[in-house]
Design a protein around this ligand. Structure first.
Ligand code: FE2
Length: 450
């Protein structure tokens, strides 16, 4: 029993509470907080192959909605939306721990470039908000886009502020790229995790074009710990995003490309390449996509990195099959995740490619000694987002911490002959960050935070 004196002493002490290990979601066990309803939710727009002319939208309702409509019109200042076009969606059903849901997809084509539209999607007796989305412009116009490393865990608790911070720093961003491992999955709460991802992404998913790479956590292991063990694509991925579907035939639902205002973006499926034997097939596809690239800039997006900043992770099939294609076509920027740290490197003194590994979410690993020698800058224990500002002559890259501070920056500059220079932008960068703790709250010394 605590005496009055002792209690008084405890209350008088300055309180210093350290965050304990947190659950992966804020969903209480047994709750169906994120169950589908007749009202549309999980609305996310993604680029068509030519996002100056079209985009596609995925959304979700309960099972009472079949083949609903998407409505789109030119955005105006009056609430009287005029000249509405209606597009009928296709519908697929999903069964999860939150019950049954219907997932809809509508492709919008024939739009005008650099034009602000409003669109909304239908539920049962209800509609979503009118969302405003501007189509991308021609290659001569400047473009701002955002990049996020793995979000994966604690999306509402810890990822949502990264997304909000990025939107405050670059409210003009038209597009958002994600490194994959958007959720952790495999815990019988996959659907609630997706619910949290959309809660964290907020309006970003509806009013910028979202282009995700798939991560290993969007797959699950079948026949785990048996000789038949293999990766199987999770059921959420194909119904959650309305992607262009122009990828490698060996990874048709998870690889794709599009042209964004002077940037050809090719998205690869690293898990399929590493674990399902499709590295060579994806390399052949990438070779074709990049050989036919008329754009001044090239970005490759994939989950697992070519050069890992984490101890003991060598993605050999990526290096053997895909890296030669990246080098041959002089890709400017390779955006990656998976290793829950930050690290950037190039190849010797060459201006490009620049390889970036970054992390948006709270799971934080440790850097290898090798990474500290071969990458700069590097970071541990830091939630980050990236802002890319691109025009025909410049590609400016910034990595900022969740509080908005500049961690890394450089600019690629094209000269008249198409050659490229890289200028390191060191002004205003904060000092490098290392993990300050010996172990996580759960006692793992190989990680920095859960
Ligand atoms: Fe991963």
């Amino acid at each position: 029993m605590i005496g009055t004196f002792t209690l008084g002493l405890l209350l008088a002490l300055p309180s210093q509470v350290f965050a304990a290990a947190e659950p992966n979601t804020q969903v209480v066990a047994g709750s169906r907080h994120y169950a589908a309803t007749p009202v549309p939710d999980r609305i996310v727009a993604s680029p068509a192959a030519d996002p100056s002319r079209g985009f596609a939208v995925a959304w979700r309702t309960d099972g009472s909605v079949q083949a609903p409509l998407l409505e789109i019109a030119l955005a105006g200042d009056s609430p009287a939306v005029e000249g509405i076009r209606q597009i009928r969606a296709t519908t697929r059903a999903l069964q999860t721990e939150n019950g049954s849901s219907h997932h809809h997809r509508a492709d919008v084509e024939g739009l005008q470039p650099d034009t602000l539209y409003v669109y909304r999607v239908q539920g049962n007796g209800s509609w979503s908000a009118w969302n405003q989305l501007r189509t991308l412009a021609s290659a001569e116009q400047p473009l701002t886009l955002l990049y996020f490393g793995d979000t994966q865990n604690k999306n509402v608790s810890h990822v949502s502020r990264v997304v909000r911070a990025a939107q405050k720093v670059a409210p003009e961003a038209r597009m958002s790229l994600f490194a994959g491992d958007l959720v952790s999955g495999g815990d019988n709460m996959d659907d609630s995790e997706w619910g949290e991802w959309f809660a964290a992404a907020g309006w970003l998913a509806q009013e910028t074009l979202v282009a995700p790479a798939i991560g290993n956590h969007e797959y699950f292991e079948e026949f785990e710990d048996t000789p038949q063990e293999r990766r199987v694509l999770g059921r959420h991925w194909p119904v959650t995003f309305a992607l262009p579907g122009n990828g490698a035939s060996a990874a048709p639902q998870t690889s794709y490309w599009f042209d964004a205002q002077g940037v050809r973006v090719a998205v690869l499926d690293g898990t399929s390449a590493l674990d399902l034997g499709t590295a060579k097939a994806q390399a052949q596809w990438l070779d074709k996509v990049l050989a036919a690239n008329p754009q001044p800039w090239t970005v490759v997006l994939l989950h697992q990195p070519f050069y890992s900043p984490r101890e003991g992770r060598e993605n050999t099939a990526l290096r053997d099959e895909l890296l030669p294609v990246v080098r041959r076509h002089k890709v400017d920027l390779v955006l990656q995740g998976h290793d829950h740290t930050y690290g950037r490197r190039g190849e010797g003194q060459a201006a490009t490619p620049q390889y970036v590994v970054t992390v948006a979410g709270p799971k934080q690993y440790r850097l290898s000694d090798e990474a500290r020698k071969t990458m700069a800058p590097v970071a541990e224990d830091t939630q980050l987002f990236q802002v890319l500002r691109i025009d025909p002559q410049h590609l400016r890259y910034e990595a900022r911490t969740v509080t908005g501070r500049l961690y890394d920056a450089f600019e690629l500059r094209r000269d008249a002959s198409g050659g490229k220079q890289r200028v390191e932008l060191t002004d205003g960068r904060i000092t490098p960050r290392d993990c300050p703790r010996a172990q996580t709250a759960k006692g793992r010394a190989d990680r920095c935070w859960e």
